[in-house]
Design a protein. Structure first.
Length: 640
């Protein structure tokens, strides 16, 4: 390379560096202005509400991260002396507050050592353990307290067994469960117990001393039932936060085994971890209210006109106004993660959720015509995104459904689970891509003719899409860019419908999946015709439809990652994304290429209708959706 050419490259790099520094400087200046302006508009009442909200969230987080939510702490009172073998049970259980029998006798005037417990007066006690080992209950809450005390005894026994050095003696019989995938017909695979049948045994002697260690024993009666023995037996209380099994992308395996005692087996439902994960979403709903208001402020009485005429690009303006809120959300996420003892994975999983909240709010604020309309938009955004992120994470026993939500990654991190890169990309990829597209569309109408015009929301949506059309090539690209919305919508539909009867869920998901794909392939074509970007001729419509269908086909191949995480193994997953890839070469080629013909044909149908106006577009879209749904049903019947 000659010296002159090398100097030219260095000069261009220096110019590019200066340009980046200039962009960063202008963006930072706008961000500082945004912070100073926003802080100045916060009055005392708003600050007080924010402080109360922060205290409530932090209190809930610390409580749940420690010993749970504490909703049942010391709700029952048990009368038991310190030398009783049941005293340690009452102390160990957070649901009971032990008091001595002497206090009960002094308060009620009763005899707590009688053959049958006789507690008179207003003594505030629910369960009584007499000095000779009998257990009784009194009062309106007595029966419930007694049942709870039995469970506490069993849980205490299990802890004694777990503390034994010789686990083989403590637990001579263990149980292992292996979860098997269901086929499309709904029957369990051969050999699967479906998580419902377990075999186990209990060990123990009559006096309550079990095979693994000494415990409190006794066999006295109480009126109406038998006394629970402490010490022997393998029965314990299970539940709580069990290990979350996240699917391994690439091997298609969702089976797992976890040995344990019969009493410890319970359906996996990590309630505590889900509460902690939900703490990430709550502050975002408050931040987007402030963010949407600052964007809307620029459009009221043309306040943002000065920024538009300044030597700053609209990309820099939007970046500068968004940066403080993004950094604030990152700070909140990091603080919550530290408070609940999470790790970097929790932060990385919550970041795309924050980005999508901001992007959707920005686009909504650019479309709304007033603060009243903006309130409706932001509430809708909060409900939809909260539903998408929270509900799938509840179904932790259906692994591929749970992985739809990034909150599943947060729960996994809180449970010290491992997460692979493919799993992270599958869960967060739609969030990153949807956020990028929403910011892109919102910036498209961040201009004078759209910001200060009182147009209906549908009209401004068409303007936002049309602003990104620069020719026929744009139709191909936009079909790809809209795929994340289709993917996210189909995932949400699968998560909401998979638990319903297949006779209802499968037809609904077939139609919903087809409609979402047809919207993504046709809405930008309609926007191009509606804003006179293209000539409204049949030939142009056919060309645009072919480009749109081809672009969607190319982008759709990327979403085939769902084939490797088990979604097609669910009936609604197969209805939305197609059946699992066959190993037969002919079927594989047909399944791979047939969608190209389908997407082109249906996109041409919608494009021809769009060239004839709004009514024609509605008719073409309906026809394309019906053809697409019929194709999906045929593929499921023939291939699956």
């Amino acid at each position: 390379m000659s010296d002159g050419r090398l100097r030219g490259i260095v000069a261009r790099l220096r110019l590019f560096g200066r340009h980046l520094r200039g962009v960063a400087t202008r963006t930072a200046r706008i961000a500082r202005w945004e912070v100073s302006r926003s802080v100045g508009t916060v009055d005392r009442k708003t600050a007080l509400v924010l402080v109360v909200m922060a205290l409530a969230i932090s209190t809930t987080g610390f409580t749940a991260a420690g010993d749970g939510l504490g909703l049942e702490r010391e709700i029952y009172v048990v009368g038991v002396d310190e030398d009783s073998r049941y005293h340690d049970v009452a102390v160990d259980s957070e649901q009971f507050r032990p008091v001595s029998l002497s206090e009960i006798e002094a308060e009620s005037g009763g005899d707590a050592n009688a053959d049958s417990v006789t507690i008179r007066g207003d003594a505030s006690v629910d369960v009584v353990v007499t000095r000779d080992g009998r257990i009784g209950h009194t009062g309106d809450n007595g029966e419930a307290a007694y049942d709870t005390f039995r469970g506490a005894v069993e849980e205490y026994n299990a802890k004694l067994m777990d503390a034994e050095d010789d686990q083989s003696a403590a637990y001579p019989v263990l149980v292992s469960l292996e979860y098997q995938q269901r086929d499309l017909a709904g029957s369990s695979e051969s050999g699967a117990n479906d998580g419902g049948e377990t075999d186990g045994s209990e060990t123990g002697t009559e006096d309550g001393t079990g095979g693994g260690g000494d415990g409190a024993g006794g066999g006295a009666d109480r009126s109406g039932g038998d006394e629970p023995a402490t010490g022997g037996g393998t029965d314990g209380t299970g539940g709580g936060d069990g290990p979350l099994q996240v699917p391994n992308v690439g091997d298609g395996s969702t089976a797992s085994t976890a040995p344990g005692t019969p009493g410890s087996i319970a359906p996996p439902f990590p309630f505590q971890s889900l509460v902690l994960a939900f703490l990430f979403v709550v502050p975002m709903n408050f931040v987007i209210q402030a963010y949407g208001s600052t964007i809307m402020d620029e459009r009221v009485k043309r306040r943002g006109e000065l920024l538009l005429v300044s030597p700053v690009s609209r990309y820099e303006i939007v970046a500068g106004k968004t940066l403080p809120y993004l950094l604030g959300l990152i700070g909140i996420v990091v603080a919550i993660t530290i408070a609940i003892r999470g790790g970097p994975i929790a932060v990385a999983a919550a970041l795309p959720i924050a980005l999508l909240f901001l992007a959707a709010t920005f686009a909504g604020a650019m479309l709304a015509r007033s603060f009243k309309e903006l309130t409706f938009v932001t509430v809708t955004i909060s409900v939809v995104l909260t539903t998408y992120t929270f509900i799938p994470a509840i179904f932790t026993d259906v692994h591929s459904i749970a992985l739809i939500s990034p909150l599943t990654l947060v729960v996994t991190d809180l449970q010290d689970g491992s997460i692979r890169l493919g799993e992270y990309l599958f869960s967060t990829g739609p969030f990153y891509l949807c956020a990028a597209v929403l910011f892109l569309l919102g910036i498209g109408v961040y201009r004078e003719e759209d910001m200060f015009a009182q147009k209906p929301i549908p009209t401004k949506v068409v303007d936002a899409i049309a602003s990104r059309i620069r020719g026929r090539r744009s139709v191909f690209v936009l079909s790809i860019l809209f795929i994340p919305f289709v993917f996210a919508g189909q995932l949400l539909a699968v998560a909401l419908l998979f638990a319903l009867p297949e006779s209802f869920a499968v037809p609904v998901i077939i139609v919903v999946a087809a409609a979402l794909e047809e919207v993504a392939k046709s809405v930008h074509v309609y926007a191009g015709f509606a804003r006179s970007r293209f000539d409204a001729t049949l030939r142009t419509a056919a060309v645009l439809g072919a480009l749109s269908g081809t672009g969607f086909f190319v982008g759709e191949k990327v979403t085939h990652v769902v084939q490797f995480v088990g979604l097609p193994d669910l009936s609604v997953g197969a209805a939305a994304f197609g059946p699992a890839v066959s190993s037969d070469p002919l079927i594989l080629v047909a399944v791979f290429l047939a969608p190209l013909a389908l997407h082109v044909a249906t996109a041409v149908c919608s494009a021809v209708g769009a060239s004839r106006g709004r009514t024609g577009y509605a008719a073409g879209f309906l026809a394309a959706t019906l053809v697409h749904a019929a194709y999906n049903l045929g593929v499921i019947l023939l291939v699956a």
